[in-house]
Design a protein. Sequence first.
Length: 203
Amino acid sequence: MFKNDQKGFTLLELTVVIAIVILLSGIVLTNYQVGEREYALLRSAYKLAQDLRTVEKMAMASEMLPSSFDGVGGFPKGGYGIYFQNASSSYILFADCDGDKEYDASGAALSCADAAIPGHPPYPEKIKDLFLEEKIKISNLELFSTTTGTTTVSSFSVTFFPPDPVIKIISDSHEYDLATITLTYDGKTKTVKINTVGLIEID
């Protein structure tokens, strides 16, 4: 008779191994989710910075508006800009038709060129919405001025006008020197800063 020397795992050993596997899986999944949040925030911050650079290039190149925008085309009187609004998951690329350096959501002018005529009403200036990644929102907008210090605002516009370009940061008709846009995803944050010299930083 042959002796059977094969041994199996005991119930206690199997329970310990399963518990260890579950624990390690939980740690890996948690770290993955945290890393994914941070990576998504970083991607969105870089996209926002790239969008600012793109609008700057549009202004520097004196890029003409497509005729589909207003049926006329041409270069907007105030250049191009981006409009930011707090608690939003997107921001707006716009043509500053009337040259006031602020975004006009509506207006009765017949075209962008018509809005540039003194005394005429504004024209709806939105070219398109630019979206952040899913679950990422703009959570805070801060503007800094050497005369008034730091101010938290609900919205602001940054515009670019050739040839240098001239950069204006405006909120409620007040001009500022520096803007900070804070992006948030599940408690994690990333900030993008732009000043009137054209320096863009990601923190």
